[in-house]
Design a protein around this ligand. Structure first.
Ligand code: PBG
Length: 325
């Protein structure tokens, strides 16, 4: 046969494959989500997320030091607070000496260069497990935005580098940006969860924080997974409102959204490979059905190939170890 195109030439050896490789995954891409619990010397594994723990602050600081030494440069922080601190206003969320604020300060103190991106949403503080304030069975937007602004300022005061609103209320990015500017936090950025879908993949996360919605679901604020145009609208609005980074969440099943957005927007796109995605991969790997290490690197590389500049992933630590090998 005379073939003018033999595509296999570019796959002939590892060296050639490396030369033509388009996407290279590095630890620079990772954000590690961490769960913090009250108390001391606490380390509890999340049953639906083998290998992922809720740690008290003392152990968290050690863990974050290790992450930094492995080359992981950013963390998302989520806290599990005791039930008696929860109410419908979420006011514990902006307590200057709350678990989140103390954690941000302690981590900043111990590892100043680590980029800290604490989660902004009321669900871990809400008796209803909703991301906003509830009135007559509805999650009310504007009152919630006021609460999120207070929460964001308290994170900035404690030393957060990026405010990361995951609540999906309308207008919150603009409100947070204005408050940050008015209070002199010009250098604090916003990574907005712009296209966040109402997803069953969040199940294990809600186990970790005991934050499952007490009634109904999150479909009046998080997006319908049947839609993609809405994601573009959400992202463009958030950018207009002052978001520095926009996020798409979940990850793997939503890479079409990432790909579309990366052709449209000029800000970095962050992708959250969420708790349920972690749980699925771990479950299959534990059964010997998938190769743990290879699947981790493949899934993260595919997320990057789709257009992600940053990846929030529970595999950050494990993947960093694999990449450092
Ligand atoms: C809270 C929040 C959630 C996640 C991140 N921030 C859960 C939710 O919206 O119900 C999910 C993360 C994950 O599943 O890993 N607003």
């Amino acid at each position: 046969m005379i073939l003018y195109n033999r595509n296999r030439r570019l796959r002939a050896s590892q060296a050639v494959r490396d030369l033509v490789k388009e996407t290279v995954l590095t630890t620079d891409d990772f954000i590690m989500p961490i769960f913090i619990a009250e108390g001391e010397n606490v380390k509890e594994e999340i049953s639906s997320m083998p290998g992922i723990f809720r740690r008290s602050l003392d152990l968290t600081v050690k863990e974050v030091k290790e992450l930094w030494s492995l080359g992981v440069k950013a963390i998302n922080i989520y806290v599990k607070i005791s039930e008696n601190l929860k109410d419908n206003t979420g006011k514990e969320a902006w307590n200057k000496n709350g678990l989140m604020q103390n954690s941000i300060r302690a981590i900043k103190d111990a590892i100043p260069e680590m980029v800290i991106m604490p989660d902004v949403a009321l669900d871990p503080y809400s008796i209803y497990g909703h991301d906003g304030i509830v009135e007559d069975g509805k999650i009310v937007n504007d009152v919630t935005v006021d609460a999120l602004v207070k929460m964001s300022l308290s994170h900035a005061e404690a030393g957060a580098d990026f405010i990361a609103p995951s609540d999906m209320m309308d207008g919150r990015v603009a409100a947070i940006r204005e408050a940050l500017e008015e209070n002199g936090f010009h250098e604090v950025g916003i990574m907005s969860y712009a296209a966040k879908y109402a997803s069953s993949y969040y199940g294990p996360f809600r186990d970790a924080l005991n934050s499952a919605p007490g009634f109904g679901d999150k479909k009046t604020y998080q997006m319908d997974y049947a839609n993609s145009k809405e994601a573009i609208n959400e992202a463009l609005r958030d950018i207009e409102e002052g978001a520095d980074i926009i996020m798409v969440k979940p990850g793997l099943p939503y890479l079409d959204i990432v790909s579309k957005l990366s052709q449209i927007v000029d800000v970095p796109i962050s992708v959250f490979q969420v708790s349920g995605e972690y749980a699925m991969i771990k479950a299959a790997a534990k059964n010997g059905w998938l190769d743990n290490d290879k699947i981790i690197i493949e899934s993260l590389t595919c997320i990057k190939r789709a257009g992600a500049s940053l990846i929030s992933t529970y595999f950050a630590k494990e993947a960093a170890k694999l990449l450092n090998r």
